[in-house]
Design a protein around this ligand. Structure first.
Ligand code: NAD
Length: 358
């Protein structure tokens, strides 16, 4: 398979962690007979310094015309004074809009080797936590009309929550397709006992279910889901939900897994060209010290292999190599408990994962 990947190293620890992920992709290509080529893209603070724009149009076009995009992180205190529309994070928003990605997918997985870092009780963690939240990204209350008016002498703030059938259907399909590539269990989360938008959501999900007879669909109210994620997260495979519910639940889910440096994410739209990035930021406090954890980025590359390139065997191999490296006790500073295991740096963690990949 030949694929061109747009690579955004970005700012802070971005270049360090992305370099490790590229070494892993190169090894996968060599082992499995693929050809991955990389196109460098400037985005964020480094693009402001070089081009005076966090995402020049030409850079966006490089992403849109690639087969997928791998991103480290952008931003940092150096660009805090830059005016609003030119801030590093605006580059990311323009990239998401330009790529038309409307679905953000975040796995919540506990690595048994790091189970002690989870704030949940061992008996809950021991049942195994490995699920993924598919969140609608560009609709709902965050994108509805916002207004503040004065009524009867006091201010009244109004935020509008709207979803169309087509918006629900396209994110629903991502939920079903994702479940198909996992354990085929999809839980649709809404608030249909109160909200019209949720009742429409539920209706569309059940219509879609007829097209995916191999996937088992269940429904859950969002308040119950928030409880179940801490009570018995082992019950979930894939959760699909609207923008604001997904925002809150995916942060809750990332907390129960322990370290922010371990968690990958993908954003997908109509095409297979996705945006893959770790969920953390540019960590300026540790940039340039070779101590950042590259695993979230390496697992983002594994998600790219699985979800954009349809290479599940290769994705499994990368995840197994990460697991074997943790089994062998290798820990970057953020996941080192001070006693157990062997403390290592960003590049050496990459070396160890490559060794285990073969
Ligand atoms: P952050 O995620 O960068 O860092 C929070 C804490 O986690 C820090 O102590 C950091 O050292 C640690 N950390 C993060 N990633 C790590 C890793 N891979 N290994 C080890 N430790 C890690 O969040 P922040 O400090 O709030 O933000 C820093 C900058 O990143 C800001 O400019 C922010 O706007 C930007 N940001 C960018 C993105 C993105 O590019 N997608 C996302 C969030 C924040």
């Amino acid at each position: 398979m030949k694929r061109n990947i747009a690579v955004i190293r970005g700012d802070g620890i971005g270049p360090e962690i992305v370099n490790q992920a590229l070494r892993v992709l190169d090894r996968v290509a060599r082992l499995y007979g693929h050809e991955f080529t990389y196109t460098d893209v400037d985005m964020g603070g480094c693009a402001i310094d070089k081009w005076g724009d966090p995402l020049p149009e030409e850079m966006l076009q490089r992403c849109v015309s690639s087969d997928s995009v791998l991103l480290g992180a952008v931003g940092g205190p150096r660009w805090n004074e830059v005016p609003g529309p030119m801030r590093p994070e605006k580059g990311l928003l323009r990239l998401r809009a330009g790529m038309g990605v409307y679905s953000n997918n975040r796995p919540a997985k506990i690595w048994p080797q790091l189970a002690a870092a989870s704030p949940l009780k061992p008996e809950i963690v021991d049942k195994g936590i490995d699920f993924l939240i598919v969140r609608e990204l560009i609709g709902g209350i965050y994108f509805g009309n916002h207004d503040t008016v004065t009524e009867n002498g006091e201010k009244v703030a109004i935020d509008t929550l709207r979803y169309s059938e087509s918006e629900i259907r396209r994110i629903g399909r991502i939920g079903f397709e994702t479940a198909r590539k996992r354990r085929r269990q999809l839980c649709s989360v809404e608030k249909s006992n109160v909200l019209d938008s949720s009742r429409l959501w539920k209706k569309i999900m059940h219509e879609l279910a007829e097209e995916y007879p191999d996937v088992t669909l269940s429904d859950m109210l969002v308040d119950n889901c928030a409880m179940q994620i801490v009570k018995d997260p082992s019950q979930f495979d894939v959760i699909v939900t609207e923008n604001m519910f997904g925002d809150i639940l995916s942060d809750e889910a990332s907390m129960i897994t322990g370290s922010i440096g371990m968690i990958p994410s993908s954003s997908l739209g109509q095409t297979t060209c996705g945006l893959y990035e770790p969920i953390h930021g540019s960590a300026p406090d540790i940039a340039g010290k070779d101590i950042a954890n590259p695993i979230g980025t390496i697992l983002s590359a594994a998600m790219m292999l699985r979800y954009s390139f349809d290479l599940p065997k290769e994705a499994d191999a990368v995840e197994a190599a990460v697991s074997a490296t943790l089994d062998a006790g290798w820990r970057t500073a953020d996941i080192y408990d001070g006693e157990n295991g062997k403390k290592t740096g960003c590049a050496e963690m990459g070396d160890r994962i490559l060794e285990n990949l073969g």
